[in-house]
Design a protein around this ligand. Sequence first.
Ligand SMILES: *Cc1c(COP(=O)(O)O)cnc(C)c1O
Length: 463
Amino acid sequence: MRYISTRGAAPAVGFAEALLAGLAPDGGLYVPETWPRFTSDEIAAFAGKPYAEVAAAVVGRFVGDALPKGEVERIAAEAYATFAHPAVTPITQLDSNLWLLELFHGPTLAFKDVAMQLLARLYDRVLEKTGRTLTIVCATSGDTGGAAVEAFRGAKHARIAVLFPEGRISEVQRRFMTTTAEANVACVAVEGTFDDCQAIVKSLFADEDFRTAVDLSGVNSINWARVAAQAVYYFTAAVALGAPHRPIGFCIPTGNFGDAFAGYVAMQMGLPIARMIVATNSNDIVARAFQTGRYERGQVVATQSPAMDIQVASNFERLYFEAVGRDAADTARAFEGFGKGGAIALPTQAFADLRKLFTGEAVDEAQTSAEMAATLAETGEIIDPHTAVAMTAAKRAGASATPLVVLSTAHPAKFPEAVEEATGQAPAIHARSKDLFKLTEKIDRLPADAGAVKAYVRRFAGA
Ligand SMILES: *Cc1c(COP(=O)(O)O)cnc(C)c1O
C-alpha cells in the first residue's frame, strides 16, 4: 500500500513512512493511493469476531506488506487488551433505533485511546528495525495528549512533547498527561488556544532543519494510522446492527474531523453507511461547511466540550480531496488559500455530492447541558458533554427507519464539573482517574510562539 499527499507535490511513500511522518512534506495529508475494499461477505464475516481481530483485518489492509500479518494481529491484540470492556467498543441501545457506541473504555477514558494504543505499538515495531529515536510533538485540545502520553510513556524509540492550551482543558484531562514520571514525556502549557498549538506544530513540521535535528514525528489526528484505526469501530458497530445487509447511520461529535473522516473511510472500504451527521459545539466550522458550502474559520470559544474547541478541522482536507475527485492541484490551491485567507468555497458539484451523505449540526452550550439532563431522565445514562453535542444533533434529525449510532467519545467521569452542573448528579469517579489526584504534576509553560517551542523541543531532544 502506497500513500500520496492531498497536495500532490510530495513523493508517494509506504505505510511506515506515512505513519512516522504525520504531515507530508508539501504540507498535505497522506491518503492511500487507492481504497482497499471488503466484499459484502467479508464484512458479514466480521459478525461475532473479537474486536482485535476486526481491527487487524481493517488496519492490516492499510499496513499492506510493511509488517507481517501475524505482527499486526499481535499488536492489535495487545492494544485492545488495555481496554476495560471485553467488547472494547460496546454499543448500548437507547431507543428503538438509537444506539450509543461507547468509545471510552480505554486507559484515559476517551476515544483517542482506540487509535493511540495501536499507534504506539506500530511505532515501536517499525522503529525497532531502524535504531532511530523520534521526537513526537503533539498539540492537544485535551484528550489526544493524555492518550498519547499513556501510549508512548516509557517507549524505547520515541520521546513525546505535548502542547496544550493553558486553562482550556479539564483537570482530569490535564492530569492524565502531567502526572507521568517517565523522562521521555514533556508537557507544555501554551498561553493560547488549541488552534495556536496546532499552528505551532504545523510550523515545526514546515522547518526542515528543525525537523531533521530532532527527528520530528506527529501523532495528531492527521496521522493516517489513527484514521485507519478509527475506521474499525464503524465496522464492528454496523455489523452488530445488521450491516452489510442494511445501511446504518452515524452521528459524530466533531473537532478535527478525524473521527468523522474515519467513517467515510469505512464507507470507501465497502461499509454501507446511510448518513453521517456531523455535530459540533459552538466552534462550528464543519457544521457550517456542510450547511452553506463555505469552510470558513471563526473565532475559537471555550466550551464544556473542549476537545472540540477547534476552528481549523485539519482532516477536512482529506474529505475535500476526495470530493474534488482527488484533484491535488485544486486541493493545494484551496488549502494554501485557507492558510492565508481562512476560507474555502466548496466547488458546487463537490458540495452537492457531500450533502448526499453528510449533514452538519451546531449545538450551543445550553442545548448541550439540557441534553445531558434529558438523556439521564429518558434512559438513565449519564453522558459527557461531547456525547451530548452529538445526541442533540441526532435527536434533531428525528426518527428514521435506519438505525442511528451516536458516537460516545468520552467517559462522563472525565468531565465531572460539566456533568454535575447539567444533571445535578456527579458521575462516579472512575477507577482509572482516581489516583491522578494524588500524583504530582510536571508542567512547563511557554508563550504561543513557534520559536520558543522549537528551542524547548531541541533541549528536550538533546539536539
Ligand atoms: C478528540 C475528541 C473529539 C473530536 O474528534 P475529532 O476526530 O477531532 O473530530 C470528540 N470528543 C472527544 C471526547 C474527543 O476527545
